[in-house]
Design a protein. Structure first.
Length: 389
C-alpha cells in the first residue's frame, strides 16, 4: 500500500514540477514606441526561451492577410512572434501569475494559437484590444504578457489572463518616464507572489536605460547589447571559462530571438523589419525579413528542420559541451569575434537598402533576393565557424 501511494505522489510531484518549471523558461521581452528611439521607430523584442529548440520562420497567407511567423519546426498551428502586412507585430512572455481567482480553473498554453489568430485578425493595437475584449467573454487559454506594435509607431503591453487583461502603453510617460517597457515572466497586475525572471527583467531594463540616456536606443543596440547578454564583465570571461547562464537574458534555454523595427508615417507597413536570430542569441546572427517579400528563404523554413537553425544549434552544443547551464566563454569569445563583424555588415547593407526602399524604390523580387542573400551570409559564417571549432 505504501509503495502504491509513494509512486502516485511521485507522479503528481513530477507533473507539478514540469508545469511549474515551464514558467521559468518563458522569455524576456521589451518594447518602446517611436518617440523614444534615436531613429523615431518603434521596437518590439523577444528572447524566446523554450524546450522546443528546433525553430523555423514561415510565411502565411489568409485572404488579404499575409504575415511572417516564428514557429516550432513544421508546426504552423502556432506562432511565437510575428508581423503582418499591416505592420502589426506581436510576441509574448508567459506569465503564470495571471491566474484566475480560483487557480485550479486557470487555463494555460494556448499563446501560440492565440497570437496566430491575432495576426490574422488585427491591423492595429486597438484591434488587438478589441480581440481581447471579445475573448474575455469566451475565456482564453492564456496567461501571458503580450507585446504589440503597429504602423502608427505605438507600442503596448497587455498583461493577459483567461478572462481579463491590463493595458500598458509605452507613451504613458507618467508610468514609464523612460518610454520603454520590459517584461519577463511576471505581471504588475498578476496575482502571483514570485517574480519569475526578475534578474533578467532588471538587466534588460538597465541596458535600455543606458541607451535611452545616451540617445542610442534603436533596433541594432537591442541586438548588439541586450539579446546576447550573459551579465558578466569582460575581465571575468578570462578568469572564469565556464559561466552559469541559467538566469541571464541569453540563457541556456534561449532558442530564438525576434526584434521588430517599425516604420514611420507614410511608409509601407510591409517594410516593418523582422530581425530574427534562429538560434540562441549568443551563438547566432540576426537576419532581416519583410512581409513585402511574400516569402522566406529556404534556409529558414524546410521540412523537419531549418538548415540555418541546425547550424546555430550545432554551435550551441559546442559552447555547452561541459554542462547545459555552463557556457564556455573562451569559445564564445571566438564565435562572437567573427559573428559581430558579420552582424555589423548585415546592419550596414540593410540600412542602405531600407533608405532606398522607404522612398518607394522597391520591388518584391529585390526584397526577396536581399533577405535570401543576408540569410546565406549568416549560414556561411556559421558553417565556417563549426569547421574552425
Amino acid at each position: 500500500m505504501f509503495r502504491k501511494h509513494y509512486y502516485f505522489y511521485l507522479i503528481i510531484f513530477v507533473f507539478l514540477f514540469i508545469k511549474t518549471d515551464k514558467s521559468l523558461f518563458a522569455c524576456t521581452t521589451g518594447l518602446t514606441n517611436k518617440s523614444n528611439t534615436c531613429d523615431n521607430r518603434s521596437i518590439l523584442w523577444k528572447n524566446r526561451d523554450s524546450s522546443s529548440d528546433k525553430n523555423e520562420i514561415t510565411f502565411f497567407k489568409y485572404s488579404n492577410v499575409r504575415f511572417i511567423g516564428l514557429i516550432n519546426a513544421d508546426d504552423t498551428t502556432q506562432v511565437w512572434a510575428g508581423v503582418n502586412n499591416f505592420g502589426f507585430a506581436i510576441m509574448n512572455a508567459e506569465s503564470r501569475d495571471m491566474i484566475c481567482e480560483i487557480q485550479e480553473n486557470t487555463q494555460y498554453d494556448n499563446e501560440g494559437v492565440f497570437m496566430k489568430e491575432a495576426l490574422i485578425k488585427c491591423k492595429t493595437i486597438n484591434d488587438f484590444e478589441t480581440f481581447l475584449k471579445e475573448t474575455n467573454k469566451t475565456t482564453r487559454k492564456v496567461t501571458s504578457n503580450f507585446g504589440v506594435i503597429d504602423a502608427s509607431g505605438c507600442a503596448s503591453f497587455f498583461e493577459t489572463g483567461n478572462n481579463e487583461y491590463f493595458r500598458f502603453d509605452a507613451s504613458d510617460t507618467s508610468s514609464f518616464p523612460d518610454g520603454f517597457i520590459i517584461r519577463a515572466n511576471f505581471s504588475e497586475k498578476g496575482k502571483g507572489k514570485k517574480k519569475y525572471g526578475y534578474a533578467r527583467y532588471q538587466k534588460a531594463h538597465d541596458i535600455f536605460t543606458i541607451h535611452k540616456k545616451q540617445n542610442t536606443l534603436k533596433y541594432s543596440s537591442v541586438i548588439k547589447d541586450v539579446i546576447a547578454d550573459i551579465q558578466i564583465p569582460d575581465q571575468e570571461i578570462v578568469e572564469n571559462i565556464h559561466y552559469n547562464v541559467k538566469n541571464t537574458i541569453n540563457r541556456y534555454r534561449t532558442v530564438s530571438v525576434a526584434v521588430f523595427h517599425g516604420i514611420k508615417k507614410n511608409e509601407n507597413p510591409e517594410l516593418t523589419t523582422f530581425w530574427c536570430n534562429l538560434g540562441e542569441a549568443a551563438v547566432s546572427i540576426s537576419i532581416p525579413l519583410w512581409v513585402y517579400s511574400n516569402n522566406v528563404p529556404e534556409l529558414l523554413d524546410s521540412i523537419g528542420n531549418s538548415p540555418l537553425n541546425e547550424k546555430f544549434r550545432h554551435l550551441k552544443q559546442i559552447v555547452y559541451s561541459k554542462d547545459k547551464h555552463l557556457i564556455n566563454t573562451d569559445i564564445l569569445k571566438t564565435i562572437r569575434k567573427k559573428f559581430d563583424k558579420v552582424q555589423h555588415d548585415i546592419f550596414k547593407q540593410t540600412e542602405k537598402k531600407l533608405d532606398k526602399w522607404r522612398k518607394g524604390k522597391v520591388t518584391q523580387k529585390e526584397v526577396e533576393l536581399f533577405q535570401k542573400k543576408m540569410t546565406r551570409k549568416a549560414y556561411k559564417a556559421a558553417q565556417k565557424m563549426i569547421k574552425k571549432l
